[in-house]
Design a protein around this ligand. Structure first.
Ligand SMILES: Nc1nc2c(ncn2[C@@H]2O[C@H](COP(=O)(O)OP(=O)(O)OP(=O)(O)O)[C@@H](O)[C@H]2O)c(=O)[nH]1
Ligand SMILES: [Zn+2]
Length: 388
């Protein structure tokens, strides 16, 4: 078993440091100054925390430097759901996950009510006023700002005021605001996922698989942690029985009946133990990588009639925000270059191959519906192409 010890480049170290700091500022509701890779500068904060005083501060700080009125930036999916965009945007303009930034600049100015109404689908407010919307093709400062709030696990919406690039440093200094570069936001994610490193390995006998070791991986920025659940002693020279499991707090831990995650996790462990050896990768990608809070928002919309795919779009995310680069990195670090993959999800097969892991076989991984998750399973088959 090799230790994945690719040295982290000084460039990535700098990028991840400033991105991580920006995430923490945004989660606290503080301002951040983003120098977009399109050369533009935005003073921004997460829409989720915007109230009257914080909107006033953005407005005043930008105006002082000859900047623009604050606008609201959401994804194309959210703008469509909120009725601000009339038609889908050309996917050629989208970021690598498929999102396009849409800037909404209401003629009467941005108010906390309008921000809430347009950004948060679970908190309806007064009727929308059909404000003007501008599409910003990728890469743009707005697109990079949306990636930041997604990484911060907040609602994918920001309040942003453009300031003249020449005065960006002055604005940041006067208001003691952290500056982050759009190029660093772009570099951060893929590079971090590709350089996960093993931190610790320990024996953890499981009810259904006594001969089990947990091998913990951490991203070099100290952030996300993923686990390999290694059962028995798989021979790396042969295709390894493997399951990629995305974290589901509600299903895995609480036994929620809304999904099939708990049954799939325990079923994978049982099946691998029965066959002798294999690995479950437990990926920190809660809610198809939108985070638990946003998944609960999506559940609210599902309770009001949306399906699991549309609910994600209405909150402003893609239907599925996962990449399996971390999974491929972990498999290779464990010495496994070919797998028999337990899944019904064609995207997992395609992405593993894309990241250099050979999938020699697909093992269906289907469990009986439970009365609460029938619509969820049907939607995965009909809309996400699941092989059920
Ligand atoms: N956003 C969102 N995430 C959900 C919902 N229901 C379950 N999830 C998440 O979906 C993920 C479960 O996916 P997996 O079981 O790994 O994979 P899959 O895409 O179903 O594919 P399989 O390999 O066939 O099981 C977990 O991260 C769950 O938290 C939902 O309604 N909305
Ligand atoms: Zn689940």
């Amino acid at each position: 078993m090799s230790l994945a010890a690719e040295p982290i480049s000084p460039l990535l170290r700098t990028a991840s440091r400033s991105v991580q700091r920006a995430l923490s500022e945004l989660r606290r509701g503080d301002l951040v100054l983003l120098r977009g890779s399109d050369g533009r500068a935005l003073l921004l904060r997460a829409a989720e925390m915007a109230d009257a005083p914080s909107l006033a501060l953005v407005r005043q700080a930008a105006a002082q430097a000859g900047g623009a009125e604050p606008a609201l930036v959401v994804t194309d999916k959210r703008a469509l759901a909120a009725g601000v965009l009339a038609a889908a945007v050309d996917p050629a303009q989208a970021d690598p996950m498929g999102a396009v930034a849409v800037v909404i600049a209401p003629a009467q100015g941005l108010t906390p009510d309008l921000v809430r109404l347009l950004a948060d689908p679970t908190r309806p407010g007064p009727a929308a006023l059909a404000p003007a919307a501008t599409v910003r093709p990728w890469p743009s400062a707005e697109g990079e700002a949306l990636q930041l709030v997604k990484l911060a696990r907040l609602l994918p919406a920001i309040v942003a005021a453009e300031v003249p690039a020449a005065r960006a440093a002055e604005v940041a200094e006067r208001h003691d605001v952290l500056t982050v570069k759009g190029a660093d936001v772009q570099a951060y994610q893929a590079a971090g996922e590709a350089s996960l490193r093993q931190v610790v390995e320990a024996a953890v006998p499981l009810l259904d698989a006594e001969d089990t070791r947990l091998i913990a991986f951490r991203a070099p920025d100290g952030g996300v942690e993923h686990l390999a659940i290694l059962i028995g002693n798989p021979d790396p020279a042969r295709p390894v029985l493997a399951r990629l499991h995305s974290e589901c707090f509600t299903g895995d831990l609480l036994g929620s009946l809304r999904c099939d995650c708990g049954a799939q996790l325990r079923g994978a462990i049982r099946e691998i133990a029965a066959q002798g050896s294999g690995v479950v990768l437990y990926l920190a990608q809660e809610g198809r990588n939108i985070g638990l809070m946003n998944k609960l928002r999506a559940y609210r919309l599902q309770d009001a009639g949306a399906d699991t795919v549309d609910a994600n779009l209405m909150v402003g995310f893609e239907a599925d925000e996962r990449t399996y680069l971390p999974a491929a990195t972990m498999l290779k670090a464990l010495g496994f270059t070919s797998v028999r993959l337990m899944t019904n999800n064609p995207d997992k097969l395609a992405q593993l191959a894309r990241w250099g892991v050979q999938v020699v076989d697909r093992v269906p991984h289907i469990f009986p519906a439970n009365g609460h998750n029938i619509a969820y399973l049907r939607t995965k088959a009909e809309k996400a192409g699941h092989l059920l």
